[in-house]
Ligand binder design. Structure first.
Ligand code: ATP
Ligand code: MG
Length: 575
């Protein structure tokens, strides 16, 4: 299945920009994660957009770690983010860090001061807040706003030199304390933090604020379209203000430190465009909540197959094409909406239905004995691997008189409409023929332990009798050759559509689905022996399964259920 091209306002905008020759028709985007957690399905929306637009317009997309915060950037996160982006099917033009540009940010600060557009402010954080005003009241000018350019430059250099304590001073843009947009009320550009940084060590004790660093990073890298989520809409005037004042693409002195380091980029004036975040029901996607789930042991790590992280989706067995198709189809707009998780699952089924080979497996075995074949009878049947894709070929499936069927495919007292095996009744064994249940064997407790059946040999495939109709067909595996496997049956992690909703006093922790993970012992047809990890199959009538990325071995097979064949949630909702 290929991702179809869906039109959306960002694609149209880029087409229009190219039509009028903006940036010489060039398209350059970036994906800028903060390396403070694992990527999730929401991030994938932004990844698919940024890399997708670059791909569709023959442009480039950078992966830029937004590491302006000297908090502990965990190398684990940095590596996981790269793995996840590649797994989704994308490759970056350049791998960069915002910290690569610290010297540029600094020179930009000096330039703004020299232009009379930034000043060093001594107000405490509390005072800054008090001076800022509110949505309905204008702010007041800082008493330090009218410092001379020389004094500001001297103080900024001394901030950099480490002469002042954390929080003692900030560098602020001089814009408009009465602006209706609070982001323009002399926002801080730099603060003092005497913390060492994962990439630059103790070189810096002043660190740039996000809004200031982000627009400069975009311009320095020659990003043409800076695509971000809606919460930055109100920040766009500041983005534009900084870039308009700094004119980075024409002021080569600002980017000279990069060329000295051997980083050759062609700066340009980038434009920010916002789109709505992607939200899914039945899950949470805030990094804070995901970290809590991991740290409090409520899931088995970041890549627990129930987690909405990309590494969780991968381990669960979701094909990356399904995630790309999902976001492509959902499109990009400014309309905030929560998408049903079942829509994503439908994309997963669609990809797997087309790609996954079929196999036989029994997860809740009931032994049956075909009494009219000799006990030592052994046979090899040939099954096609895919009903709609002949190119997937065929395989050998061992058959003997001793088989396992699913316990639920037999009912001693059948409910109405039950078309499978009942005492004295008939059913077709997939690829074998029609059997009749002759005898039900029970233990002392009265539990059914085995069925004795007879095979109507005139109904075997290829014989005229094979056309004879019975209502049900069930699957089976040969008990002599089946391989045992641990099978992990996953379901949604939360049992309510909106676990983030705490208006009833309950939090997402109160809505964990107790049945979200169940482990059973399964019996698989012999051809599933010696598989590589991350091999995906449809187990007929049961769902799609993947050999576990980490725990599966040839000696100890472990499979995860990716998704059931049908949407059980939709069914539950209807009935
Ligand atoms: P934080 O609150 O830690 O900043 P974040 O979700 O913004 O979390 P980032 O690492 O900053 O995480 O995100 C990288 C990029 O992914 C940003 O451009 C952000 O807008 C985008 N992004 C994050 N979540 C979503 C989402 N649910 N849908 C679309 N884009 C998203
Ligand atoms: Mg962010």
């Amino acid at each position: 299945m290929s991702e179809s091209v869906v039109n959306h306002f960002i694609r149209s905008m880029i087409e229009a920009d190219r039509a009028r020759g903006a940036h010489g028709g060039r398209v350059a985007t970036r994906f800028p994660p903060e390396p403070n957690g694992y990527l999730h399905l929401g991030h994938a929306k932004s990844i698919c957009l940024n890399f997708g637009m670059a791909r569709d317009f023959g442009g480039t997309c950078n992966l830029r770690f937004d590491d302006t915060n000297p908090a502990k950037e965990d190398i684990e996160y940095v590596n996981a983010i790269q793995d996840d982006v590649r797994w989704l099917g994308f490759e970056w033009a350049n791998l960069l860090h915002a910290s690569d540009y610290f010297e540029v940010f600094y020179l930009c600060g000096e330039k703004l001061i020299q232009q009379g557009l930034a000043y060093v402010c001594d107000l405490s954080a509390d005072d800054v807040r008090a001076y800022r005003g509110t949505l309905t009241e204008p702010g007041r000018n800082s008493p330090f706003r009218e410092r001379s350019m020389e004094e500001n430059l001297d103080l900024f250099r001394r901030m950099r030199a480490g002469e002042f304590d954390d929080g003692a001073r900030t560098l602020r843009a001089k814009i408009d304390m009465a602006s209706p947009n609070i982001n323009l009320r002399d926002p801080a550009l730099y603060r003092i933090r005497k913390v060492s940084h994962q990439n630059t060590g103790d070189t810096w004790c002043i660190y740039p604020m996000y809004d200031y660093a982000h627009c400069i990073s975009d311009a320095v890298e020659g990003i043409t379209h800076s695509l971000c989520t809606l919460e930055f809409e109100d920040h766009r005037p500041l983005y534009d203000w900084c870039l308009d004042q700094l004119d980075i693409e024409h002021d080569l002195a600002l980017t000279a430190p990069l060329r000295e380091k051997g980083l050759h980029m062609t700066p340009s004036r980038s434009r920010q465009t916002e789109f709505a975040r992607g939200n899914l029901d039945y899950t949470v996607m805030s990094k804070r909540k995901l970290i809590a789930l991991v740290q409090d042991g409520l899931v088995d790590g970041w890549n627990d197959p129930r987690m909405p992280t990309l590494s969780g989706a991968r381990r669960r067995g979701f094909p990356p094409a399904a995630i790309r198709t999902f976001w492509e189809r959902m499109g990009y707009s400014k309309q905030v909406a929560t998408i049903e998780y079942s829509v994503l699952e439908a994309c997963v089924r669609e990809v797997l239905d087309a790609e996954a080979s079929r196999r036989l497996a029994v997860l809740d075995p009931l032994p049956i004995e075909i009494i009219n074949l000799p006990a030592e009878h052994r046979e090899t049947l040939r099954f096609s691997n895919h009903p709609k894709d002949e190119a997937q070929g065929t395989r050998e499936v061992p058959f003997s008189p001793r088989l396992y069927i699913e316990r639920e495919d037999f009912a001693e007292v059948p409910p109405k409409g039950f078309h499978r095996l009942v005492p004295g009744g008939e059913v077709r064994l997939r690829g074998v023929g029609i059997v009749r249940c002759e005898d039900v064997v029970k233990n002392d407790a009265g539990d059914v332990t085995e069925l004795r059946v007879s095979l109507d040999t005139s109904t075997r495939p290829g014989l005229p009798g094979a056309e004879r109709k019975v209502k049900g067909t069930i699957h089976w595996v040969c008990a002599h050759s089946a391989i045992e496997a641990e099978v992990r049956l996953y379901d949604r992690l939360f049992d309510v559509p909106n676990p983030d909703d705490d208006s009833d006093g309950k939090t997402y922790r109160d809505h964990l689905n107790p049945g979200s993970k169940r482990i059973v012992r399964g019996y698989l047809e012999a051809s599933l022996a010696n598989l590589a990890a991350e091999s995906r199959f449809q187990f007929e009538r049961l769902g799609y399964f993947v050999s576990d990325r980490f725990d599966h071995t040839a000696e100890k097979p472990v499979f995860n259920r990716i998704v059931t064949l049908r949407d059980s949630y939709a069914k539950a909702a209807k009935s």
